[in-house]
Write a protein that binds this ligand. Structure first.
Ligand code: SF4
Length: 415
């Protein structure tokens, strides 16, 4: 059977999609690059917004229309469960851990399996053997114990649970043997890593020869002074932070059930900028959360403008069934949410442009990730501080010191 697989959403879900494909290939299924060549369409879905839900349904309907069998897994499958099988364009539904046993289910013609993750305390260890890339994710944690008012993810992922440190070290060492030069530590909420993120990173630093690592998203209070002290001296850490802010207004944060203040967050960003050389500081902002007044939005805008963030990922608030926010008063019209998201996107674009400019003239270590870029015919690389660069010479999957020399739009050229 030939299958086509698409993963949506976060890095953890992307990583898991690769494992699903790996398992199927090992069991004799053939992975194809175009859905038209497949017998089975697998969608490893994301349920973070309404938009992602709609997109998933569209993709499945489309694949069904092409005559393919369709299999839905990922967060939508985990949250909406057997009800999904009522749709005539969905043939199989498997949950977020059940997806690692898809071959078994397909072989015995099981169409539905969604384990209740709320009762699961053990981390499900999965190993990736793909050796064709330069940079690889490793999932170190799953689930989340928080209940942010807008978020459906804990229902799709269950309680927080963490990979054993020994498992992580072994996996990273395996990646090193395969020639990877960078690992990205991912999870749903890596700041909830059970035995502490700092001891884990210290162990990775000591016990692996991985040249570089990057961290997934962290909440402000998880970035402690001790963690920063360590990262500052680390030889492997790439100064790329993704801070999960969600709003830059205290009253909105309170309604979101996020337990930090904007003042704390802004100070932390200043501190990071002082400690690291041109760190990349990404963040997420939800535009138009329930009850967000014009004044509250303006507060967010002002704070974002004065922050030293590098880039802001924003999207209009999207109501998720079963969340605390669903029942709150004061849902805003779509047009207001869209308009606010557009304003934040512009702030982000300006900041990103300035960040790129500030990198011109600097020397950076890049990991050469692509032989030749299709449009330009140049090599593509990624700096430690998350700047994509293009250059004339290079060798695939090597680390090289380069100078960032010029800019064209958002393209940075190096030599
Ligand atoms: S920290 Fe909040 S936003 Fe993030 S996964 Fe947990 S509940 Fe969702």
């Amino acid at each position: 059977m030939k299958f086509y697989l698409k993963s949506m959403g976060c890095k953890s879900n992307q990583f898991e999609g690769q494992i699903v494909a790996q398992n199927l290939v090992k069991a004799g299924f053939v992975q194809v690059n175009f859905e038209k060549d497949a017998d089975l369409y697998i969608l490893n879905s994301c349920s973070v917004t309404h938009k992602s839900d709609n997109e998933a349904m569209y993709l499945l309907r489309h694949a069904h229309g092409l005559g393919l069998k369709t299999l839905l897994t990922g967060c939508i499958a985990q949250i909406d469960k057997e009800g999904l099988l009522k749709e005539d364009f969905i043939d199989y539904v498997f949950g977020n851990e059940d997806k690692f046993e898809i071959t078994k289910y397909l072989n015995n013609d099981t169409h539905f399996a969604v384990k209740d993750l709320m009762g699961v305390n053990e981390f499900f260890e999965v190993s990736l053997e793909d050796t064709t890339k330069t940079r690889m994710s490793l999932k170190i944690q799953d689930g989340c114990n928080n209940r942010c008012a807008y978020c459906i993810i804990p229902f799709g992922r269950g309680k927080s649970r963490s990979a054993n440190p020994e498992f992580i070290i072994n996996e990273i060492n395996k990646y090193v043997e395969h020639g990877y030069k960078e690992v990205v530590l991912t999870g749903i909420h890596i700041g909830q890593y059970e035995s502490g993120l700092l001891p884990l990173l210290q162990k990775i630093e000591k016990e692996t020869k991985m040249p570089r690592y990057r961290l997934g998203s962290l909440n402000p209070h998880e970035i402690t002074q001790n963690l920063l002290n360590f990262l500052q001296t680390s030889e492997k850490f790439c100064p790329h932070f993704h801070l999960s802010l969600q709003s830059a207004c205290n009253s909105t944060l309170k309604r979101m059930n996020r337990h930090y203040t904007v003042e704390h967050y802004l100070e932390q960003i200043e501190d990071i900028v002082l400690r690291f050389d041109k760190p990349f500081l990404g963040s997420d902002i939800i535009a138009g959360f329930v009850g967000e007044t014009e004044d509250e939005f303006q507060t967010t805008v002002e704070n974002l403008k004065k922050s030293k963030l590098t880039q802001i990922h924003t999207f209009p608030y999207s109501v998720r069934k079963g969340t605390i926010a669903e029942k709150m008063e004061g849902h805003l019209p779509e047009s207001v949410k869209e308009k606010r998201a557009k304003i934040i996107k512009q702030i982000s674009a300006d900041k990103f442009q300035k960040f790129l400019e500030s990198n011109l003239g600097s020397e950076q270590e890049v990991l050469i990730e692509k032989h030749k870029d299709k449009q330009t015919g140049l090599y593509k690389g990624l700096t430690r501080n998350y700047v994509n660069i293009l250059m004339e010479d290079g060798e695939y999957n090597t680390l090289k010191k380069v100078k960032l020399i010029k800019m064209n739009g958002n393209r940075i050229f190096a030599k």
